[in-house]
Design a protein around this ligand. Sequence first.
Ligand code: ADP
Ligand code: MG
Length: 441
Amino acid sequence: MEFYVNIGQEVLKLLKEEITEVEYNRYIKQLKYDENSSTSDMAIYYAPNALVSNWIKSKFTKKLEHLFEIKTGNKVSIVITLKEQAIQNVNKKIAVEEKKAIHSLLNPSHTFDNFMVGGSNQFAYAATKSVSEKAGELYNPLFIYGGVGLGKTHLMQAAGNVFQNQGKVVIYITLEQFLNDFSRALRNKTMERFREKYRKCDVLLVDDIQFLSSKELLQEEFFHTFEALRGVGKQIIITADKHPKKIAGLEERLQSRFEWGLVADIQPPELETKIAIIESKSKINKVKLTKEIINYIATVIDSNVREIEGILSKLHAYSQLMHVDIDLAFTKNVLRDQMQENRENITLEGITQVVAKDLNIKPSDIRSKGRSKNIVYARRICIYLCRELTQNTMPTLAQYFGMKDHTAISHTLKKINSLMQNDEDFKVKIEELTNKITSAS
Ligand code: ADP
Ligand code: MG
């Protein structure tokens, strides 16, 4: 039978044999070995006060090291410390970690005034604006969803800025930051603090909640945070890239709660809204553009508004660098480069990976000859996107996807086109994936 041995105490017993009784009773006897924090090469003892600690450190460290080596066969370093000090250090470390992790700050230029309203985002705008006027009273939660770069974060933070100016405690956090914070709390055994932090705020803004998908433990925790806040009328605003019903692997109870308040979508902006956004951004960024140029940019870029800022700063930088005014020819050149760059970054492998991840299958399955429903579905989507988003020819695609020849590809493309016409959900899926791929590159 094996008996449990406290190695730290064993070593102290051995030491007792080697020193005087007075030394033992006055100093060594007062040491407590910390089994949990000690490791195979570091032994941690707590002393009751600095005097005892210093005395032992200077007189017995060598002996203790020696005894540990005899007992364990390892070279072990001895740490003699004060309990409070050790705890303090750990707490300090945790506090610093938490501080780093806690909510990113709100962007002060994300305001309602800076948000251009058009048919595509009017509903989400109106909903967020009214929530910002009556925290917790109107729609709780407010759930905003839509594609990449359409202004979800902007709107959510605009409300956050209003609340913050009223002196409310606002936490803005992406779901990924929430996850990191949660994992850290589990690891450091500081769940109490974690919960207190999120339940103490007046307004909780959680961005990109679609990443809750299939994370059971996190969903459980988020559920309780949600209940605690909503129960006392604290406002919650959530964004996602899709409707709560469409987030795969989301618990029923969360899905239904997300729909309790108001669900508002944002659609890709129409031309006029794009024009308004470009005008507003060029003012904010102090880039002078003529109407003609603004119109041109609006027609060339697709729905992702995030691109606009990139384009403006590029225009600005180039014109400064080359000492030229931003005219239409110049703009066309810069934009052509930008589009080219975007496209060149998109590869067949990249597309395959995004599609596989989104549909929860292996990239190698997509390129296999598998005939199961899921695989065929994913392969079709992938072929379509590869054709749309890259310059590859049909024979190249046939080869990449292990198909007989280009007629198989053209057959698939026809199928997809007809599906897009008849199935709204499918069309949305394709748009969503296109956004993901073009914004990732
Ligand atoms: P999302 O969170 O939906 O991916 P963001 O809120 O981050 O998108 O928006 C991307 C960029 O586009 C931000 O700089 C944002 O200010 C800007 N933007 C999006 N929609 C609008 C709008 N309607 N008016 C002004 N700026 C907008
Ligand atoms: Mg966002």
